[in-house]
Design a protein around this ligand. Structure first.
Ligand SMILES: NC(=O)N[C@H]1NC(=O)NC1=O
Ligand SMILES: [Zn+2]
Ligand SMILES: [Zn+2]
Length: 504
């Protein structure tokens, strides 16, 4: 090789390596191929039951680069000539569930629930996005710094997408700079409690804190989620009485948190939600009442406020729809949650309200702890942790208990995906339409299974779930998150490629 050759050769080698790296980066899947159990970037999902906003169709969903790029009815049959077809036959293809109310207790209480275990459970249950509550982890997510701890803890551990609510607490409620810092750092909205939360670093707020919070949220057009119960003195005296009231009896617990607690909180809250009306001082903000249990006065007040133009929505949870106080055995603290599960007449009215559209959506309120704090062996309802573990089961539970009320697949999609996406400001999630993220659950409505010891539960401490021992119908076959097949029949993708959702 002549002199020029010796100089050009290394340069050519360098250029070739650059070109090779560039080619690899642009031609391979945008994400690590271990993110998915399916090795395609572009593929077609076929089913005779695809749930779209305009009804259930037979056809195909075309996915490319993590997005849905077309939804076609069977008559068109374009996919017949394509490869990369996954045919699910009669199984239901539905938008992945968006759980706007889950407590993932990492950092700080990972033994209660963590990002890896919690999102594995979500994926196995068809939940493709969850929004983490700001309390039960340690520290609580109440500032820019503590949000960073959350996002860092989630990194590389999440199998589904995860967004974060921030906490509205007395410490930041009157500090506009701090609240704006938290919102600018990316929380999707705020959450506050009108009664003690059970967590020391998450104190309760009153109506003035909430009013201030809404005013800041208005600028960012994000919601405030509220745990609406207030402690009424006359009722809490009950707890002090000894002897007569057996702490192992569910009715004892029920009396400590009567419907009047929800009613009083909601009445107080609805004075402030007036600010969210068009032309009001907090127009642009929104109030979302979490886990409604009471259907007496509370529901009518909520209907009234919505009719008056308040920007207001309300959720309930599967456990209020599945269980009733009459059937909770003495000492079975797995059923303890707040507000409490009430009687069967109340449960029927919750179903009516859901079916009639007065309850807007569902969420899990997955709120686990360790078995010792559930005090299962003592069965003490007054001392046990309040919270029900359910994340992996919410789809089959809603379906199994809802079938007798005639719920439809489109209602399921609306309660679990479309409306939650809207609440969390996720414009590209929540429905199977072209342009959205390919967040999809595939499930068999008629397949039954038992939550016994042979059933694999992925969340932490499954023994404390109130659903253990139940027989359910509705088996999840596959879950796609942004086109990645993250779960398939008892197996998760090798790498956790969910994305932390940070609001801009
Ligand atoms: N701190 C916490 O998770 N509380 C939740 N548990 C429950 O049952 N209701 C709640 O608000
Ligand atoms: Zn709550
Ligand atoms: Zn909660």
């Amino acid at each position: 090789m002549d002199f020029l050759g010796w100089r050009v050769f290394p340069l050519l080698t360098l250029l070739a390596s650059f070109l090779f790296i560039f080619y690899m980066r642009t031609s391979s899947k945008p994400s690590n191929s271990e993110c998915s159990l399916l090795p395609h970037d572009r593929f077609w999902i076929l089913s005779n039951n695809i749930v779209t906003p305009s009804g259930v169709i037979s056809g195909a969903v075309e996915v490319r680069g993590g997005n849905i790029i077309s939804v076609v009815e069977k008559e068109n049959q374009q996919w017949k000539i394509k490869s990369n077809v996954v045919d699910y036959g009669d199984a239901v293809v539905m938008p992945g569930l968006i759980d706007v109310h889950a407590h993932i207790d990492e950092p700080g209480r990972t033994e209660w629930e963590g990002f890896s275990s919690g999102t594995k459970a979500a994926a196995a249950g068809g939940v493709t996005t969850l929004i983490d509550m700001p309390l039960n982890s340690c520290p609580s997510t109440v500032s820019e710094e503590t949000l960073k701890l959350k996002v860092d803890a989630a990194e590389d551990k999440i199998y589904v997408d995860v967004g974060f609510w921030g906490g509205l607490v007395p410490d930041n409620a009157f500090n506009r700079t701090a609240l704006e810092g938290l919102l600018k750092a990316g929380v999707l909205g705020l959450k506050s409690f009108m009664c003690p939360s059970g967590i020391n670093d998450f104190p309760m707020t009153n109506a003035s804190h909430i009013k201030e919070g809404l005013n800041v949220l208005a600028k960012y057009k994000r919601p405030l989620l509220v745990h609406a119960e207030v402690e009424l003195d006359s009722e809490s005296d009950f707890e002090a009485s000894d002897g007569i009231n057996d702490a192992r009896s569910y009715s004892t617990y029920l009396k400590t948190r009567p419907p009047s607690w929800e009613e009083a909180a909601i009445r107080e809250l609805l004075e402030v939600t007036k600010d969210t009306r068009t032309g009001g001082p907090s127009e642009g903000s929104h109030v979302h009442i979490v886990h409604l249990s009471d259907t007496r006065a509370s529901l009518d007040m909520i209907k009234g406020a919505k009719n008056s133009g308040d920007s207001l929505s309300v959720e309930t949870c599967p456990h209020y729809l599945a269980f009733s106080s009459e059937e909770i055995p003495d000492g079975d603290t797995r059923y303890k949650c707040s507000p409490p599960i009430r009687d069967s007449a109340n449960r029927e009215r919750l179903w009516d309200a859901l079916m009639e559209g007065h309850i807007d959506m569902l969420s899990s309120d997955h709120s686990p702890t360790v078995p010792e704090l559930k005090r299962f062996h003592e069965g003490d309802f007054l001392k046990a942790w309040g919270g029900i573990s359910s994340l992996q089961y919410v789809l089959p539970v809603t379906w199994s208990y809802g079938r007798k009320y005639g719920i439809t697949l489109n209602q399921l999609a609306s309660w679990w995906s479309e409306r939650p996406a809207k609440l969390a400001g996720q414009d590209f999630k929540g429905s199977i339409v072209s342009g959205n993220h390919a967040d999809i659950v595939v499930w068999e409505p008629d397949t039954e299974f038992e939550l016994d010891d042979n059933h694999t539960a992925y969340h932490k401490n499954p023994s404390i779930s109130a659903y253990m021992g139940k027989r359910l119908s509705g088996k999840v076959l596959a879950t796609f998150v942004r086109g990645n097949l993250v779960y398939k029949e008892g197996q998760h993708a090798p790498v956790a490629c969910g994305v932390p959702i940070v609001a801009k």
